[in-house]
Design a protein around this ligand. Structure first.
Ligand code: CMC
Length: 431
């Protein structure tokens, strides 16, 4: 927490209250309203948290007007270009870029925790084959607390560390197995001679009947997708993890809560919804009709992959993702299939349309990630599990930061009550 930088005066009725202000290292100043209820007996009202900082944090910074995303101060485009996912994991978790030795130790630690408890196979097998992989992930990650008792004590720093490594290491195996199960293929075990992204691709796409060579360009693209999704400060799923954790819940339960929240189409589920929308549009000549529907106030339809609560200029992740999409499509020789044509044309039309310009709606990260994942051979149902896999490190870093905060309190929002006031119970025969 920074030192007080000023005072805000709040006047209402015959009361005047002084509220402390703080200046962050970057971003707008904040007014501290924690004592407001005690001093003025009023609440603030901000559903959707559009003006409320729920915590202080030193992990990720976004400037939505500039289209800037920094992890521990480092711009996302530099990390996507020069670093790789596990190094970014280290940075998010520990605050600094690792030395060569630190990176080697960390990578080896993660690599050596990728296997799942063998008994967990039976848990997978209990699901219906047509289960959505996100449903499986919510269940399996929550169930990790039943398999790894020795890393559920949040008051023990060593157990917290072990849980963090276990989650980052095992998430690719869990996501890949959720996929293999739905397509009726045998589970593929992780291999320690492969890097994180290659290992995931192999667990998803290899079968025991033949050898599988991981294409290094696809592995690099996969790793970049992980890097671009690693953290995004206090978004809905991260705030869910923090809220769950504020009650003292174990790490696996908290991350399962985050996965559940990510699933929604306004958040991580947008990548699946976006590609399905592109397919539904089908051909370029249908685009105007969908643009019309997106603008119609009486139609709930929205252009998936467009808009963001914070980015009002462009999404810096989308810039890198677009470039990655071009590389992958080029490598795979996918030049202009119908979905791609629709995507390109939709992007062009929306960026020129006054409705989208006025409301500052730009393609977000999910607009391009689905195109890459589709080209790689993933079904749409796997798009959000891949997002969850990558975001796990962000959730854990924020969870660790919160637990280390001496000011931690259980999260307990208040409300603007609009229901009936107290009234007497009426016996059923008198109603
Ligand atoms: N298509 C059409 N209109 C839109 C869209 C869209 N995709 N997004 C926002 N609007 C309109 C909205 O109707 C509203 O209009 P009005 O002011 O006339 O009522 C205005 O723009 C502001 O929208 P909002 O819903 O108040 O903004 P928000 O900050 O609450 O929502 C959002 C942000 C991402 C939920 C929203 O833009 C959206 O639903 N986008 C589509 C889903 C999507 O792509 N989500 C992925 C986000 S990036 C990945 C992640 O972080 O999870």
């Amino acid at each position: 927490m920074t030192n007080q930088s000023g005072t805000a005066k709040l006047t209402f009725g015959d009361q005047e209250i002084d509220l402390p202000m703080y200046s962050p290292t970057a971003g707008p100043d904040v007014i501290d309203i924690r004592k407001l209820y005690a001093q003025g007996h009023v609440f603030t009202y901000d559903p959707g948290f559009t003006s409320t900082a729920s915590t202080d944090s030193a992990i990720t910074f976004i400037d939505g007007d500039k289209g800037e995303l920094l992890h521990r101060g480092f711009p996302i485009d530099q990390l996507a270009e020069k670093s790789h996912f596990l190094e970014v994991c280290y940075l998010l978790l520990y605050g600094e870029l690792p030395s060569g030795d630190q990176l080697e130790t960390f990578e080896s630690l993660v690599t050596n925790h990728t296997m799942l408890h063998e008994q967990m196979q039976f848990l997978f097998r209990g699901f219906r084959r047509d289960a959505h992989p996100m449903a499986v992930m919510v269940g399996v990650v929550g169930a990790m607390s039943a398999f790894y008792h020795d890393s559920t004590d949040i008051n023990d720093p060593h157990q917290r560390e072990v849980a963090s490594i276990r989650l980052i290491a095992k998430m690719p195996t869990i996501a890949a197995w959720a996929y293999k199960y739905t397509i009726g293929q045998p589970f593929v075990y992780p291999r320690n001679d492969l890097d994180y992204a290659s290992n995931f691709l192999r667990m998803c796409f290899s079968v025991p009947a033949e050898d599988y060579e991981v294409n290094p360009i696809l592995a690099r693209a996969m790793d970049r997708i992980f890097t671009l999704h690693a953290d995004h400060e206090q978004n809905a799923s991260t705030s869910t993890v923090r809220l769950a954790s504020s009650s003292g819940a174990n790490p696996f339960a908290c991350i399962a809560a985050g996965i559940a929240c990510l699933w929604g189409p306004a958040h991580g589920g947008a990548n699946q919804a976006c590609l399905e929308m592109l397919r539904e549009i089908g051909t370029v000549d249908q685009i105007p009709e969908y643009i019309r529907r997106a603008k119609d106030k009486d139609d709930p339809f929205r252009l998936m992959g467009f808009g963001h609560r914070v980015y009002k200029n462009f999404d810096p992740r989308a810039k890198v993702m677009k470039q990655s999409a071009d590389e992958v499509l080029d490598l795979l020789g996918i030049e202009n299939n119908e979905t791609l044509k629709v995507a390109k044309e939709l992007e062009k039309i929306a960026l020129e349309d006054p409705y989208f310009i006025e409301k500052k709606l730009y393609p977000n990260v999910d607009f391009y990630s689905g195109i890459i994942l589709d080209a790689m051979g993933f079904p749409t149902s796997m798009f959000t599990p891949i997002f969850a896999l990558a975001r796990t490190v962000g959730w854990i870093s924020q969870w660790k930061e919160q637990l280390a905060d001496p000011q931690l309190k259980i999260g307990r929002p208040r409300q603007l009550y609009c229901g009936p006031t107290a009234r007497d119970y009426i016996d059923v025969e008198d109603r």
